[in-house]
Ligand binder design. Structure first.
Ligand code: C2E
Ligand code: CA
Ligand code: CA
Length: 604
């Protein structure tokens, strides 16, 4: 509905109106044009139908005054033609006729005439009717113009809406930081890929990447620098990939790569290697160098998958294996990994129940004075009697308890149970006043704000003599948080609770902190005890540790003594205390009491 070509501006429609007068009698034409010209209208003239149509064709008039009765072509015919032509149909036609007859008028309107003037002409009437038609015309033009403007505006709005929409969906599928596609996009693409025939999917692989040290950078430099690094990382990743490969940022420092149409099975690991290699050179950020590496999990073929979620889960599982294998490497997913994850999850669920349903118990292992071979104390070691799996070793469930936070409850239970037990033995007179129990304390327990309060509560409730309690912590506890560790250790000393450093030699193996953190015992890790015979280095290290400890007034407990040779050697080195299968395995309460009876005090 565009009439821009046919119409001028509506305001000028009246004054600049171009009126075509068609009549076969020149006298009539002269009369009419005289009236109209005097009023400032433009007029053109035609004396028959054909010239009228040609004139109209040449330039569209605003209005036609059309005589009905003309030779050859009647006014009706001219009007009919005008109305049937889309270019001219809108031009108003006022018929002129001497015959003031009803029939004429009816036919005139029938063929599309707008009005009717009868001869002889009256000036006022002609002007009134012309003016009337031109007013209608102007009004129509205004409407058409508004309409056109409206249409243009609607079009513009629609366009803007479409832009906004596509921007929105772009945003829904795009990671704003790196401009890479995001998880939602990946899931769609994966779904498409998995819908392909299985054969084709043999050649598709997924790489799940997790940055190894990103958190350190982020924490030390701040988020903005972290963001810059992420952008740089994504660009480097992109640079080692082919055009067809899809690189996606899942969020944080995690990326996924979908490799398509791989030529052969090794290509996925090739890509992984290319990525690892490309990250051996540093990033430069804020005038500093940063090394970043990746742990990569690979699902080397998509052919067995139906759900994108499953595929990603397995790639993620493989990535975790890569982390566990020391980071900066890749692992290919194997079904056994999935089974291990499930098993772990099952253990986690079971462990929650275990805490409630009292499936945990304490075993005790004697700690022996090597010179006299008398039992001076016991280490409490937690055991889990799983309803179907039987005895689950602590190495398997303590890490789970730590990761899930269950260690806090578990540790408190151990502490309480060990204290309660010792008090029982004390009141039964089975042990003397110096006899101690040694309890393992996890770093997570130690880091609790109210750890000392918990301890105090346990000591009060069990009426345990704090001096008979030893806590075993690892070096990490101290190294990870110097300040708060110092405070807790200070509190422990005030209560005369003794402290052992467990597994000494496996962690930081630094004696330097012992100046600031007074401890009572160092427990030399069993791996050293067991290498004493075979390795000179172990021997010299243990010798050194014992000597330094002695000058600092710290007692040594050697763990894992299994043979009389080891025992003899440790005695020779001046090690005072020891623990190990040579004396006894950890035993349940009913068996450990054999070691407590005065006769058994002396082990051999
Ligand atoms: P750990 O504190 O180093 O405990 C000593 C471990 O060495 C015990 O293993 C003990 O059975 C084992 N062992 C003792 N003598 C010998 C020996 O002569 N040869 C060998 N090969 N091994 C010996 P267990 O009871 O399986 O405990 C393993 C680890 O689990 C403990 O290592 C400790 O880190 C942790 N753990 C055990 N109970 C608790 C607990 O109640 N709380 C916390 N937080 N951790 C615990
Ligand atoms: Ca221990
Ligand atoms: Ca130990």
């Amino acid at each position: 509905m565009h009439h821009e070509n046919s119409f001028n501006d509506s305001s000028s429609a009246m004054t600049q109106a171009d009126i075509l007068i068609v009549d076969d009698i020149p006298e009539n034409i002269r009369l009419l044009s005289g009236i109209l010209d005097a009023k400032g209208y433009q007029t053109r003239k035609a004396t028959n139908g054909e010239t009228a149509l040609r004139a109209i064709e040449a330039m569209l008039p605003s209005l036609v005054l059309l005589d009905i009765r003309m030779p050859k072509m009647s006014g009706y015919e001219v009007c009919r033609r005008l109305k049937s032509n889309p270019k001219t149909t809108h031009i108003p036609v006022i018929f002129l006729s001497a015959a003031d007859e009803i029939a004429d008028k009816v036919e005139a309107f029938g063929v599309g005439g707008a009005d009717y003037i009868t001869k002889p002409f009256h000036v006022e009437e002609v002007l009134a009717r012309v003016h009337h038609q031109l007013t209608i015309l102007a009004a129509q033009q205004t409407i058409w113009q508004l309409n056109t403007q409206l249409e243009a505006r609607v079009k513009e709005r629609t366009h803007q809406l479409e832009l906004a929409n596509s921007k929105l969906s772009e945003m829904a599928f795009c990671d704003p930081l790196t401009q890479l596609p995001n998880r939602a996009f990946l899931m769609q693409r994966l779904q498409n890929v998995l819908n392909q025939p299985e054969q084709q999917n043999l050649q598709n692989a997924v790489l799940y990447l997790d940055c190894d040290r990103f958190k350190t950078v982020n924490d030390s430099l701040g988020h903005q620098a972290g963001d810059e690094l992420l952008i740089a990382i994504s660009q480097r990743l992109k640079s080692v990939l082919r055009q067809v490969d899809l690189l996606v940022r899942l969020g944080g420092d995690e990326f996924v790569i979908l490799l398509s149409d791989l030529p052969d099975a090794v290509s996925a690991t090739d890509t992984a290697e290319r990525i690892l290699n490309s990250f051996t050179s540093p990033f430069y950020l804020r005038e500093r160098e940063f090394f970043v590496s990746f742990s990569i999990g690979i699902v080397s073929s998509c052919s067995t998958y139906k759900e994108p979620e499953d595929l990603l889960r397995d790639a993620d599982t493989a990535m975790y294996q890569a982390k566990a294998a020391g980071k900066d490497c890749y692992q290919i997913f194997e079904i056994s990994m999935y089974e291990a994850v499930c098993q772990r999850l099952q253990l986690e669920t079971d462990l929650r129940k275990a805490l409630r349903q009292q499936e945990l118990s304490l075993f005790y292992q004697p700690i022996v004075d090597l010179a006299t071979e008398t039992v001076v104390g016991l280490e409490a070691l937690v055991r889990w009697h799983h309803p179907t799996l039987g005895l689950v070793p602590p190495d398997q469930f303590i890490p789970i308890a730590e990761e899930t936070g269950m260690i806090l409850k578990l540790g408190l239970w151990v502490l309480e149970a060990a204290c309660r037990q010792l008090v029982v033995w004390q009141t039964q007179g089975m042990v003397d006043a110096d006899f101690f129990v040694s309890v393992n304390v996890s770093a997570y327990q130690f880091a609790q704000r109210d750890f000392i309060e918990q301890l105090d509560r346990v000591l009060t409730e069990t009426q345990m003599n704090p001096y008979c309690l030893k806590l075993e912590i690892t070096e990490t506890v101290i190294m990870q948080n110097f300040v708060s560790a110092a405070e807790v250790i200070h509190q422990l000393r005030e209560r005369a609770i003794q402290l052992s450093i467990d597994d000494f030699g496996t962690g930081y193996s630094s004696l330097s902190y012992l100046h600031s953190f007074p401890v009572d015992y160092l427990k030399i890790d069993r791996s050293f005890t067991q290498r004493l015979h075979r390795e000179k280095s172990s021997l010299s290290l243990v010798t050194a540790i014992i000597q330094i400890a002695q000058t600092m007034g710290i007692q040594i407990v050697a763990e894992g003594i299994e043979t009389s040779d080891q025992l003899a050697q440790l005695k020779l080195l001046g090690c005072r205390y020891g623990q190990g299968f040579f004396f006894s395995k950890p035993l349940p309460v009913n068996q450990i009491i054999d070691f407590l009876s005065p006769e058994a005090y002396q082990i051999k």
